[in-house]
Design a binder for this molecule. Sequence first.
Ligand code: AMP
Length: 594
Amino acid sequence: MRILVFNAGSSSLKFGVFDGDLQILKGSFDRFGNDGCDQSLAVGNAAPERVRATHSDIGTAIAAVPGLLAEKAVAGLQAVGHRLAHGGTEFTGPALIDDAVLARIEALTPLAPLHNPAMIRALQLARDLWPDLPQVAVFDTSFHLSNPARATTYAVPSAWRAVGLRRFGFHGTSHRYVAQRAAEALGRPLVELRIISMHLGNGASACAVQYGASIDSSMGMTPLEGLVMGTRSGDIDPGAFGFLHRELGLDIPAIEAALYGESGLKALAGSADMRDVEAQAADGNTEAQLAITLYAYRARKYLGAYAAAMGGVDAIVFTGGIGENSASMRRRICDGLQFMGLMLDEDLNRSPDLSDRAAPRIHAQNSRVAVMVTETAEQLMIARDVEALLGRRTVTALAIPISVSGRHVHLSQQSVEALFGPGYRLTEGAPLRQPGNWVAEERVTLQGPKGCLHHVAILGPLRPRTQIEVSRTDSFALGIDAPVRNSGQLDNTPPVRLIGPHGHEDSTGLIIAARHVHTNPTDAAVMGLVDGDMVAIAVKSDDGRGLTFGGTLIRVAPGALTEMHLDTDEANAAGIDRRADGTLAANVHATPLP
Ligand code: AMP
């Protein structure tokens, strides 16, 4: 599929044409002024042609793109993809643009007043220029919508949170790409890895990618939070606002403008460009030296924090202009992490070959943590998303029955024997709706440091590993912090005591089951879904409240009956009493995990 991708910033426009994963054209416009703008255009792998073009703003630059495509004999476009900075909480994945979707995107502008407007303008212009082509928006924020509430919530008054103040995270398309690329290069499934992605460019952010899903990232409500950046401060005490107002008489817009445009490397060392800062530091400039040490220190703190958040780390990936090019910055960030088993290889780190989207390792043979470098490829990822979305349109919005799961356990034979005695066999009771599954007549007790849950159901058949599924409320009753996990993803899960009539067992495997939809290949095809998709499901309830559940995993298996599994907390939140149906939220899909 031939796809044109736009990435519009407030003062620049990048675009590319992709055929599958092959980039056949790469262009950009920037440094707009009264006399025009800098234009760069490259066909395939050829060197870019750079000229000063006459376009004085992004609008006229976009209008010139059809002419440039014709000049380079690039024809046969089938779709247009757009990078959008902010998709709020509702765009869990790429969205096919129509008037209604565009209106929903426009309504999110207050969340990203500096970034979304230029991108929306590019989208509108492209719709006028290519009215017959499908246009798809891909959002920087979508990847992070899997972050748990503990990572997205600020501890601030509820009225502030009610108007939408929360952490979102950005650079999602880049983090998603480099995490996938790292897993590919390691030859391991992404869903088995804990990866920290370090996007160190002009803007910079770190992201904890646990088993394929983002669980935390360093940018917050806005792209200001987190790492030190070219002109942005990163983390700063919000008390600074009051202090600066009292000491310097600065108002909020002035402080905000300075935190975005006059801070970071620029404030510390007089240049936002890491190449200049490194050169000055090597010449003995102490301000540049401080900028570099502070930059690396902040990045290393995030690496440590995310390793702790994920209970370990399998791979760290560097990307972005600084992450890709600065061997000394990579070294500074990684030095001191030997306690985590991270060892760099000096030679590999010095000059990794990143051509052809390679993701070379730069860690030593004896390093427990893989460290890799790769060029980010946000436009390629957008093109892939567009193709995936358009290739899998929903044919029919099936009604998806909701099944509410109470707390229950799946036991291994070893656990059965520990709880009920050697050689014990569970008594098969009532069948469950999913073929082959049943409730045992026996029950167990769960015990944690805070309390017990009695008469907990056991579901059959037996499993190779014991898994205990509770709701968030149950986990507080037990007093144990259970992670939200997909069934079977039990590494680094906490232990809980299981008590049966014969004895007890302290078993890991305590989880809050991530919501999911079971379906079969036939229904999945009708809904335009594949195994591993993350979708939003809108649920209506008898009391009229209902809820749309983002981040819902699709699990396709032959013979499965289509139904959505929620736990009791989720069902209560949606006002679901006994029976309810859900439907796929329109026009939004997230791409499947590879
Ligand atoms: P990006 O926003 O990803 O294009 O990254 C821009 C940043 O990468 C700027 O701070 C550049 O100075 C930095 N950068 C590019 N090349 C190098 C290099 N060879 N060494 C250090 N920093 C670099």
